[in-house]
Design a protein around this ligand. Structure first.
Ligand SMILES: Cc1ncc(COP(=O)(O)O)c(C=O)c1O
Length: 395
């Protein structure tokens, strides 16, 4: 039985649109991340999963430790539901959530918030000023891990803290202020972890990316090490987090890094097909029903416009995956309510048949569905709620 038959059979009782996670593919992807991490623990990026039940399943597997959350309200909710060791990896300006954190000693023991400036410290202090008693807040310092050369920059625009002396200054400032404890350092090299080095049919671009990534890795191994040494003069760091799905085997080689981060690698969405260092199995799919046949070689499915974040372009659209050989109509793309699909494969599709899609990214898929139907072999074992299915939309 091929994958399409298997998915069709497993979900025969469901009415599309719905989303599934193939457990065997998820487990294989998780095992491959652990292999690539070569002994260092992987913190699980929840933005790329967005289902509490699935997060718990992943955390129960060997090789994973802690959650990398994306908002403080999310982290508070996860902590209230028994998840421990949560790093909110992006700064927060949510005064209510900060006050809730400072007022909850238990949550404050499990959650670490990220800062990159004295302005963040001032902001947090103002937000928690009236909280009594006030728990000590665990902080993580975010470092700019981008590559800068020849007046250009490759990587995400995040922290203004780049050099060892800048990190040391902020660590010293944190040490001076009561109520804060610096416990972690975070440095995410998006230009390596999040940029595939095997872009399709573009050899010149591939060469450029590989050169940039090699230079960046060389620069970062020195700078990240020096920053960690500088910060350790002022704080006992419990962790130094680096990397992502696309860089796990490279980042783990750095002595200064104590743990990796990964999220997308579990679902293995479309954008992660273009790396030389690893291949994953598509584990998260969504099914849309054929609702009409406008003409020969064309079917129309319901919905479909689940575009991924990032620079807009065709790469951010979902991939019509099974049956193979379907493509978008250029003038319409993936539509709000309906999506025409062209190609020979459309000839064999009837009303009510499913077309299986992959999202370009990982967790954003869950903002469109209440549940993920877990598929094992050719059966659905159970539906688990997404964050949205639990009434939680954090972003
Ligand atoms: C701080 C941080 N670490 C790691 C990652 C990697 O996540 P993923 O494995 O989903 O690509 C990201 C993604 O944006 C991130 O922001």
């Amino acid at each position: 039985m091929d994958d399409r038959q298997r998915y069709d059979r497993a979900t025969a009782a469901l009415e599309p649109p719905f989303a599934v996670v193939d457990l065997a593919a998820l487990r294989a992807n998780a095992a491959d991340l652990v292999r690539r991490a070569a002994g260092k623990p992987i913190r699980v990026a929840s933005k790329s999963i967005r289902s509490r039940a699935l997060l718990e399943r992943v955390l129960a597997m060997d090789g994973f430790r802690g959650v990398m959350a994306y908002t403080l309200p999310e982290a508070l909710w996860l902590a209230a539901n028994g998840i421990t060791d949560i790093l909110v990896a992006y700064p927060t300006a949510d005064r209510h959530a900060l006050a809730a954190l400072a007022g909850d000693a238990r949550a404050a023991g499990h959650i670490t918030v990220t800062v990159d400036s004295a302005a963040h410290l001032d902001y947090i202090e103002a937000a928690v000023a009236d909280v009594r008693p006030r728990a000590e807040l665990r902080l993580c310092l975010d470092l700019d891990a981008a590559y800068v050369a020849f007046g250009r920059r490759a990587g995400a625009l995040r922290s203004p803290v780049r050099e060892p002396h800048e990190a040391a200054d902020l660590a010293a400032e944190i040490a001076k202020r009561p109520g804060f404890r610096l416990v972690g350092l975070l440095a995410y090299e998006a230009q390596i972890a999040g940029v595939g080095d095997a872009p399709p049919s573009n050899a010149a671009r591939a060469r450029l990316i590989r050169l940039m990534q090699a230079l960046s890795a060389r620069e970062l191994i020195l700078r990240r090490g020096r920053v960690v040494n500088a910060v350790r003069q002022f704080a006992d760091l419990e962790f130094v987090n680096g990397g992502g799905t696309g860089s796990v085997e490279l980042t783990t080689r750095e002595k200064a890094v104590t743990e990796l981060a990964a999220g997308s690698g579990f679902f293995h969405p479309r954008l992660f097909d273009f790396y030389r260092r690893f291949t994953g199995r598509p584990a998260a799919l969504f099914a849309l029903p054929v609702v009409r046949r406008p003409g020969p070689g064309t079917v129309t499915v319901l919905g479909g416009g689940y575009l991924a974040s990032g620079p807009p372009g065709p790469a951010r659209a979902p991939q019509p995956y099974l049956p193979a050989g379907l493509r978008y109509a250029p003038e319409e793309g993936a539509g709000e309510v309906q999506t025409p699909l062209l190609g020979q494969a459309a000839e064999d599709l009837r009303l009510g048949d499913r077309v299986w899609f992959r999202h370009a990214k990982a967790g954003e898929l869950c903002e469109h569905f209440d549940a993920l139907h877990l598929v094992d072999g050719d059966t659905v074992v159970e539906p688990v709620p997404t964050y949205r299915g639990e009434g939680r939309t954090f972003l």
